[in-house]
Write a protein that binds this ligand. Structure first.
Ligand code: ATP
Length: 218
C-alpha cells in the first residue's frame, strides 16, 4: 500500500485550548488511486496532509508511506522520504525566485538523484511551459507558476503526491486545465494522489472521495 493510516490522532495543545483535530483516522491509498479530501474549514485537512508528509508527527496511531512506518522515523529519514518518494504541491507555489523555470523544474528531480533533462523538456512542453523555461517565476502568471510547481513535483517521480488545494489560487477554467493535466500525468506515472479541495466539483474528478468531520473520515 502506498499510504496507510490506522487510528491516527492529533491534538493541538495551545495553553488553555486543547483541540482534538484528528480522532482516529483510517485511510488507505493504493498506487494509481486519486483521493479527494474534503471537509469544512478547520476540520483538519491540512493537518492530516502534513502528517502524511512527515512534516508533523501524529500523537497516536500508525502512518505508513511506501511501506515505511513514520512513527519511529527520525527527521533525516522523514526528509529522505519526502525527497525520494513523496511530492508536495501547495496552494502557494513555493518556486525558487532566483532560478528560471527550467531550473525550478529540474530542482527536486536533481535532489532525488534523477537528472533527466529530456524528461524535464517533455514535461515543460506538456505543461505548456516549453517557451517559458528561461523566464523567472515573477515573470509568470499564477496558472503558469502552478504548472511549474506541479511539473517540479512530477519530475522527481514521486510515488505519492500530497496536494493541498493545488488550484485554489486559480480561476475556474485555469484550475480545471491544471487539474486535468495533473491527473493525466499522475495516471501515467502510476502514482497515488491525496488532494485537499473545497470544491465538490473538483473532488468529483478524482477516483474516490473522503470527508473529514468531527475528527473522523467518512
Ligand atoms: N500549530 C497549531 N497549533 C494549534 N492549533 C492548530 C495548529 N494548526 C492547526 N490548528 C488548528 O487545528 C484545526 C485544524 O486546522 P487545519 O489547518 O488542519 O484545518 P483545514 O481543514 O486544513 O482548514 P482550511 O480548510 O481552513 O485550510 C483548526 O482548528 C486550527 O485552528
Amino acid at each position: 500500500m502506498l499510504l496507510s493510516l490506522t487510528g491516527v490522532c492529533k491534538t493541538y495543545d495551545s495553553g488553555a485550548a486543547r483541540v482534538d483535530v484528528l480522532r482516529g483516522i483510517d485511510l488507505v491509498l493504493a498506487p494509481g488511486e486519486t483521493v479527494a479530501l474534503t471537509g469544512e474549514s478547520g476540520s483538519g485537512k491540512s493537518t492530516l496532509l502534513h502528517l502524511c508528509a512527515g512534516l508533523d508527527r501524529a500523537d497516536g496511531g500508525r502512518i505508513e508511506v511506501a511501506g515505511r512506518d513514520l512513527s519511529g522515523a527520525d527527521d533525516a529519514t522523514m526528509a529522505a522520504l519526502r525527497r525520494d518518494r513523496v511530492g508536495l504541491v501547495f496552494q502557494q507555489f513555493n518556486l525558487i525566485p532566483s532560478l528560471d523555470v527550467g531550473a525550478n523544474l529540474a530542482f527536486q528531480a536533481r535532489l532525488a538523484g534523477r537528472d533527466e533533462p529530456a524528461r524535464i523538456a517533455t514535461l515543460a512542453d506538456r505543461l505548456g511551459l516549453g517557451g517559458l523555461t528561461g523566464r523567472y517565476p515573477e515573470q509568470l502568471s499564477g496558472g503558469q507558476q502552478q504548472r511549474v510547481a506541479i511539473g517540479r513535483t512530477l519530475a522527481a517521480r514521486p510515488a505519492l503526491i500530497l496536494a493541498d488545494e493545488p488550484t485554489g489560487n486559480l480561476d475556474e477554467a485555469t484550475g480545471d486545465a491544471v487539474l486535468d493535466l495533473m491527473l493525466e500525468l499522475v495516471a501515467e506515472a502510476g502514482a497515488g494522489l491525496l488532494m485537499v479541495t473545497h470544491s465538490p466539483r473538483l473532488a468529483a474528478r478524482l477516483s474516490r472521495r473522503v470527508h473529514l468531520s468531527g475528527g473522523r473520515l467518512a
